[in-house]
Design a protein around this ligand. Structure first.
Ligand SMILES: [Zn+2]
Length: 97
């Protein structure tokens, strides 16, 4: 990984503009000390996240909902299987009588 943006000197910024573009796109982290932005927290000396926690939570929540839906579907299938089995058992018992 390249050294942190905070340690770049003026000449380096001009010499490595392409790298600078890579490092700062997309801007997800800011340096709370010198206000530089970067895509990853390793590039600044005191990183704070620019992406709001709420955004992360929303993503996690939707993931969780998807997981829950999947599990519910599985449970339903399981329940259906159980029902079938129960009916079969009854039939068997009836025949036995
Ligand atoms: Zn900094």
């Amino acid at each position: 990984m390249a050294k942190s943006l905070c340690k770049w000197r003026r000449g380096e910024v001009e010499a490595h503009l392409a790298t600078l573009t890579e490092i700062t796109t997309p801007p997800r982290v800011a340096c709370s000390k010198c206000a530089r932005v970067a895509s990853e927290k390793g590039y600044v000396c005191r990183p704070i996240s620019l992406v709001s926690d709420e955004e992360n939570k929303t993503k996690k929540a939707s993931d969780l909902a998807a997981k829950k839906a999947k599990k519910a579907k599985k449970d339903k299938q399981k329940a259906a299987k159980k029902d079938k089995k129960g009916k079969t058992d009854k039939k068997v018992r009836k025949k036995a009588k």
